[in-house]
Design a protein around this ligand. Structure first.
Ligand code: BTN
Length: 258
């Protein structure tokens, strides 16, 4: 079904009608030493996983649930930037296939309007000095017409936004091309220096109030954009600018948090 869709760094597709999680499958193959560039796609996931241990609802075939296994020659501390690179590739894929300009909620959610259409979960196996493999899992709500009660106020689908069914093969084919193009720019420097300007144009947070949650509490500031490491620069009320690398950043007005 997806065999004719691969190109560039993506050399192979393994398609499941149903599996627990394409990230799990990709990790199993990664452990077995499969070469990089295999894309795992499932029609349905029975145990889809999101960031921060959340469940990713993906039990129907309306979405595109896929994970890419790569083995880049980069330092482990650079791996998290591949999530931002992937977000750019997904935003461009959606634009090319549907004409809709999605934006990125830092670091890696794709939003249309104030709702999430795609999430990305990157997982890595590494030694202190080198990456063994990286799995980049991408979940795109493609042809969903309704959502589970728990996410219905924050989620959207390409169908809901463009009013027509979108072919998942078109998305996969374009994603392979776009991921390769952005990845090749990234690996020149192994940071976001070639990509930060373009990322910042796609950043929904830019210039908007954000609430930064950490164990110390919640602080409100204004997002300025990312730096070359992929960190989010936030200007706080007292005038200081800090780079945020981890923790929860919520954007006021998005996902129903006004
Ligand atoms: C998030 O926004 O929390 C990340 C969601 C990532 C979901 C995708 S679907 C394909 C791959 N397999 C998984 O179990 N998760 C990722």
């Amino acid at each position: 079904m997806y065999d004719g869709c691969v190109s560039g760094i993506v050399s192979d597709v393994i398609h499941f009608t149903e599996t627990d999680s394409t990230n799990n499958q990709a990790k199993c193959y990664g452990l077995q030493g499969v070469s990089q560039g295999t894309l795992f796609i499932a029609d349905r996931q029975t145990a889809g996983r999101g960031r921060r241990g959340r469940t990713w609802i993906s039990g129907d075939a309306d979405g595109l649930w896929m994970s890419l296994l790569i083995k880049p020659d980069i330092k482990p501390e650079c791996a998290s930037m591949l999530t931002l690179v992937t977000a750019m590739a997904v935003a461009e894929t959606i634009r090319k296939v549907t004409g809709i300009s999605g934006l990125i909620k830092w670091p890696n959610d794709i939003v249309i309007g104030d709702r999430k259409v795609c999430g990305i979960l990157t997982e890595m196996s590494a030694k202190p000095e080198a990456v063994d493999y990286i799995v980049i899992g991408v979940g795109i709500n493609v042809n969903s017409k309704e959502f589970h009660e728990s996410v219905k106020d924050m989620a959207t689908s390409l169908y809901m936004c463009c009013g027509r069914e979108v072919k998942k093969e078109d998305l996969v084919k374009t994603f392979c091309e776009e991921f390769t193009a952005y990845y090749e720019k990234f690996v020149v420097t192994c940071d976001m220096s070639e990509l930060a300007d373009e990322y910042n144009k796609l950043l929904v947070n830019a210039g908007r109030p954000v609430s930064v949650e950490s164990p110390a509490g919640k602080r409100v500031g204004k997002a300025l954009g990312i730096d070359v490491t992929g960190a989010l620069l936030v200007e706080f009320e007292e005038g200081t600018v800090e780079s945020i690398t981890a923790g929860e950043v919520s954007v006021r007005g998005l996902y129903g948090y006004v």
